[in-house]
Design a protein around this ligand. Structure first.
Ligand SMILES: *Cc1c(COP(=O)(O)O)cnc(C)c1O
Length: 386
């Protein structure tokens, strides 16, 4: 045996030291997972092997994050995916087939709706957008072949809230799967399974990871559909890289503390915005003026740091640029839920009548900076518009 070969072969597993126990779990990277002996390997073929067989069989770091999310949400099965949009796509594919029809709430994440329009359509799955504030009136949109309803509450740009229990009560009677993107509330401020939802989606990219350096998503499923989703995930040989799972797991430990600060700062900024003469509406579910505030109070236990506002005047892009570009603490960029405050401003496109049609929606993700500094930054920015 060549010297180098021998050395490399002997460094793992560690022989002479007890493995150190760190607070955080080790990160398992790997394609090949070793079997103890040939008899163990033979068990795989007859489905008797209980260990992990391969890198796509969900290595321990991935399994640990999934289990933490499953417990937080109170679901039966959780699987992690490489992004929030991948979680949406996978949930939709798992529960539909050619000839089916699905309903999608009009405020649901844009790329998810595009996936329905451009990809599911190709596989002969029909899709109808429904109003963002839908409740028991969902009945009128159902077709005999409707198999799934995709909800997002509140929507992450215009913050309409759906009457989730009213929808799930109807769906349950007709064996229609309800999928709820609950990214805004996180698993801490909404318990969708208690409201009759079958499947929840979280973009882990946002508050759960918390530092804008992770892309990941989860799908959590109730007892009723858990096994069928588990089988689909396995069949697709999906996996999520260990580093992303590690960072997501780490983020969970500080989620409650970070969220409390995001919530408090966002409410302070939102209430201040209500006093600014240029501002028309502040779209924040926890403000009593929000059109579905009563539903938020009934179903949610807190609010996060993402909300929007509209101006009284319709400013030109150039005027908006003078406001936006003057800000020093709010950075311009997509995504949200991290420590850095972010802003986006755009007109929303909707397929159904919306109270915000044609309005520029300025969306703020309130980060962990000092709240008075954020208000001062906005105040200086608004001065550019007067
Ligand atoms: C960002 C987002 C997603 C997609 O998550 P990615 O991890 O960025 O793919 C899905 N749903 C909502 C509500 C989001 O805000």
């Amino acid at each position: 045996m060549k010297r180098e070969t021998g050395i490399l072969a002997k460094t793992w597993p560690l022989r002479d030291t007890t493995p150190a126990t760190t607070i955080n779990p080790p990160t398992y990277r790997g394609s090949t997972v070793l079997f103890a002996d040939y008899s163990e390997m033979l068990k795989v073929g007859c489905h008797e092997y209980e260990g992990i067989t391969y890198g796509t069989d969900r290595l321990p770091t991935q399994r640990q994050f999934e289990e933490a999310m499953r417990q937080l949400e109170g679901g039966a099965v959780t699987r992690v995916l490489q992004s929030g949009i991948a979680a949406i796509q996978t949930a939709l594919m798992a529960f539909t087939k050619s000839g089916d029809h699905i309903l999608v709430c009009d405020n649901a994440y844009g790329p998810g709706q595009r996936f329905c329009r451009k990809v599911l359509k190709k596989f002969n799955i029909d899709f109808t957008p429904i109003p963002a504030g839908v409740g028991a009136d969902i009945e009128q949109y159902l077709k005999p072949n409707t198999v799934l309803i995709l909800l997002e509450s509140p929507g992450s740009i215009t913050f309409e809230i759906q009457d989730i229990p009213a929808i799930t009560a109807i769906a349950r009677q007709k064996n229609i799967v309800t999928v709820l993107d609950a990214t805004w509330a996180t698993p801490l401020y909404l318990k969708p399974f208690d409201l009759g939802v079958d499947v929840t989606i979280h973009s882990v990219t946002k508050y759960i990871s918390g530092y804008s350096d992770v892309l990941a998503g989860t799908v959590t499923v109730n007892e009723r559909y858990g096994q069928s989703f588990e089988r689909f995930y396995k069949l697709m040989e999906i996996y999520t890289p260990a580093e992303e799972c590690y960072l997501a797991l780490r983020g969970l430990h500080s989620l409650a503390t970070r969220l409390r600060q995001h919530e408090q700062s966002a409410l302070t900024v939102a209430r201040w915005l209500q006093t600014v003469p240029l501002i028309d509406e502040v779209l924040h579910p926890a403000l009593p003026c929000h059109p579905e505030h009563h539903l938020w109070r009934r179903d949610f236990t807190g609010s996060s740091g993402l909300f929007s506002f509209t101006f009284k005047k319709d400013y030109t892009d150039k005027q908006l640029a003078s406001f936006v570009d003057s800000l020093q603490l709010f950075a311009l960029g997509y995504s949200w839920g991290g420590y850095k405050s972010l802003l986006t401003a755009a007109k929303v496109k909707r397929a159904t009548p919306s109270r915000y049609a044609k309005k520029t929606i300025v969306r703020l993700s309130i980060g962990l900076e000092d709240c008075d500094d954020l208000i001062r930054d906005l105040e200086k920015g608004f001065a550019m518009l007067t």
